[in-house]
Design a protein. Structure first.
Length: 101
């Protein structure tokens, strides 16, 4: 699993029939900053993920990729590579709460 911030949504009116009704989110992976482990730094890439949790813009989420994404309830037959599987309440690193900040 990975941490990411929801930075937007993706709308696709033409897609695989199995994907009809699937909410797509644009995610920015968040990494613990090596130079200051008491804060996050954004990753360089973005990920489109199917939302299984009802996440909203700017929330911190857990997501998984690859075959693990299809293990999420209701996702087994979907042609996906990433799925939001949790909404994060808090993150502690080295006895410092870095989320919420």
């Amino acid at each position: 699993m990975f941490l990411a911030r929801v930075i937007g949504s993706v709308v696709s009116t033409k897609k695989d029939e199995a994907m009809k009704g699937a909410k797509l989110l644009l995610l920015r992976p968040m990494l613990v900053d090596e130079s200051d482990p008491t804060r996050f730094r954004p990753g360089a890439n973005t990920v489109v993920a199917v939302d299984a949790m009802g996440a909203g813009n700017d929330e911190l989420v857990l997501f998984c990729q690859g075959s693990s994404a299809r293990q999420t309830s209701g996702m087994r037959k979907l042609p996906i590579d990433a799925a939001v599987v949790g909404i994060v309440d808090s993150v502690d690193v080295m006895n410092h709460q870095i989320y919420p900040g």
